[in-house]
Each structure stands twice: as structure tokens, then as C-alpha cells.
Design a protein around this ligand. Structure first.
Ligand code: DC
Length: 205
């Protein structure tokens, strides 16, 4: 089975996708990290639409053969990756890589356009949501900083990710909406595992 998890910035997609993949023994593919690696390539003066990006077990990311995973959480890449992601040449390049990675595999892939564009055939699509205020509070707990500034940055990214011409952030028509506001990561994981079971039963029957 292929599982697509989409949603806005800081909704908990990476945490859920990683844990779900571990529980199921599937490959975890964080596509946000791939856009972050493309942004890092650009910052290093390399063309992001041709960057050699690879995904390894546990969602580790290689850029031109170098493991850059630890560098990708840099808050400066939040904004730059969202800008790079507007470029259709970058999207074509990364979407092709993402489809190649998923071909013939059981994957949990998270991002913005997985259910709509990358894997429209995914058997389970989850659109993860939380209010901007809740997402800002989560980021504050993870990284520290100023709540108002974090909230403003999240709103800016939501706006850019949702209104871009190419593959804007939106739920696939057949996605299950999962509101995580006020729910712990464990509760969200449990709900996702129930959805997997329901889907498996339906596919088997
Ligand atoms: O999930 P994230 O915050 O790490 O993603 C970084 C940026 O990459 C995000 O602002 C939008 C972009 N992105 C995208 O356009 N499509 C994806 N499938 C994943 C991320």
C-alpha cells in the first residue's frame, strides 16, 4: 500500500509519517526535506532543478552524495524551500524522483501534493490539519523563538504554498481530513493506524 500524508507547515506530518512507516515497516519519504535540500543546493550555488537528491532509510537525505539531514531543519530553509517550491522546473525534478522512489514499494510519503499530484493512486490519503495558532505553539516548543513571529511565518508559508500556480496545497478529493488540534502525536498515530486497518479491510474485501 502507498500512503500519502499532506497538510500545511508544522501540522505534524513528518512525525506522523515517520512513526507510521516504522509501525508498518514501510519506507518513510519526507518530501519537505527534499525541497529543503533543493533550497540548500541553491544556497550553495547549484541549480536546484538538477540537484542530485537521494532518500535513504529513516528519511535521511543526501545532496550530491553528502548526508545533509542535520542541516535541513535550519529555520532559514523554511522560507527558502517554500520559495524554491514555486519553481515548476524544481517541482518536475522532485516529483519524478519521488515517483521513482515509490515505484513498486510500500511507502509513507509526506508533503503538500502527494495525494493530488505525486501519488494520486495512493490507497490511503490523509490531510493533516491544525489551526495556525496550534502549529505556531508546536514550533515554539520545538525550536524556541517568538510566538508572534513564528505565527506570521507560518501564515506566510500557508499562503504561498496554497496559492502557487503549480500543485498548490489542497486536500485530494478522496483524502481523509485529520484535525490534530488538541491531539497528542500518539493519538494521531492511533487514528492513522485505524485508517490503515480500515483501508486494508476494504482492499481485501
Ligand atoms: O514540510 P516542510 O515544511 O519541510 O516543506 C518545506 C517547503 O517545501 C514547504 O514550504 C513547501 C514545500 N513543499 C512542497 O511544495 N511540496 C512538497 N511535497 C513538500 C514540500
Amino acid at each position: 500500500m502507498k500512503i500519502a500524508i499532506d497538510g500545511p507547515a508544522a501540522a505534524g506530518k513528518t512525525t506522523l509519517a515517520r512513526r507510521l512507516a516504522e509501525e508498518l515497516g514501510y519506507l518513510f519519504v519526507p518530501t519537505g526535506a527534499m525541497y529543503r535540500a533543493a533550497a540548500l543546493a541553491k544556497r550553495r550555488g547549484l541549480p536546484p532543478e538538477r540537484a542530485r537528491i537521494e532518500v535513504r532509510a529513516g528519511g535521511r537525505i543526501l545532496l550530491e552524495g553528502e548526508d545533509v539531514t542535520e542541516l535541513l531543519d535550519d529555520p532559514a530553509l523554511d522560507e527558502l524551500s517554500s520559495q524554491v517550491a514555486v519553481d515548476s522546473a524544481v517541482r518536475r525534478h522532485l516529483v519524478a524522483l519521488q515517483r521513482e522512489i515509490a515505484a513498486g514499494r510500500q511507502v509513507v510519503m509526506e508533503g503538500r501534493d502527494i495525494g493530488t499530484v505525486v501519488l494520486p493512486e495512493a490507497e490511503l490519503k490523509i490531510f493533516l490539519w491544525a489551526t495556525p495558532e496550534e502549529r505556531a505553539r508546536r514550533r515554539l516548543r520545538e525550536r524556541g523563538g517568538n510566538l508572534e513571529e513564528i505565527l506570521a511565518a507560518i501564515r506566510r508559508r500557508d499562503e504561498r504554498d496554497s496559492t502557487r500556480q503549480d500543485s498548490p496545497l489542497r486536500p485530494a478529493p478522496d483524502a481523509v481530513l485529520l484535525d490534530t488540534t488538541g491531539r497528542s502525536p500518539q493519538e494521531v498515530l492511533q487514528r492513522a493506524l485505524e485508517l490503515v486497518e480500515e483501508r486494508r479491510a476494504r482492499l481485501a474485501g
